[in-house]
Design a protein around this ligand. Structure first.
Ligand code: ZN
Length: 155
């Protein structure tokens, strides 16, 4: 294991322990329940948009699963609160690209954008674990689509 792998592993372990964003929201615009049957991870995620509907104001989630799924939810929640939906969509595509990389090096630009979420690049080597890392991102994308549809229908 090289130094970068060790650093990434520490980021994942810390995040799994911190569980940033854990807890349900009182008021929310979108909600999504996702299950990863191959590992048994599950999450119920809620999203509240900003007043103008263009950004993620807060994320709350409850669930259980392996440390990769929990760490990914934690890092994603911390990173994406306050981010515009447009930027979220870009981060989602970058995270997906990285998780599809099978552990090959990803462009520096993507790694920079993904901040701590870049720590999951090593997980991409293990096809069985890719879904663990993607679980929270799929839930957020689904909740964001619902929230956007709701905003559009009230305007
Ligand atoms: Zn898992």
């Amino acid at each position: 294991m090289d130094d970068l792998d060790a650093m990434y592993q520490q980021i994942i372990l810390d995040a799994a322990h911190e569980r940033h964003g854990y807890g349900s929201l009182q008021i929310f615009d979108g909600e999504s329940f996702q299950v990863n049957p191959t590992c048994g991870d599950q999450v119920n995620l809620q999203l509240k948009l900003s007043a103008d509907g263009s950004a993620i104001e807060s994320i709350g989630w409850e669930g259980e699963g392996c440390s990769i799924s929990q760490a990914s939810l934690s890092i994603m929640s911390e990173m994406l609160e306050g981010v515009s939906l447009k930027d979220f969509s870009e981060r989602f595509d970058e995270f997906r690209t990285m998780m599809d990389s099978r552990g090959h090096e990803i462009p520096d630009e993507i790694a920079e954008h993904l901040e701590d979420a870049a720590a999951f690049v090593g997980v991409a080597k293990f096809p069985m674990r890719v879904k663990c890392a993607l679980l929270g991102w799929m839930a957020l994308r689904d909740a964001a689509a619902q929230a956007e549809a709701k905003v559009e229908s009230t305007h």
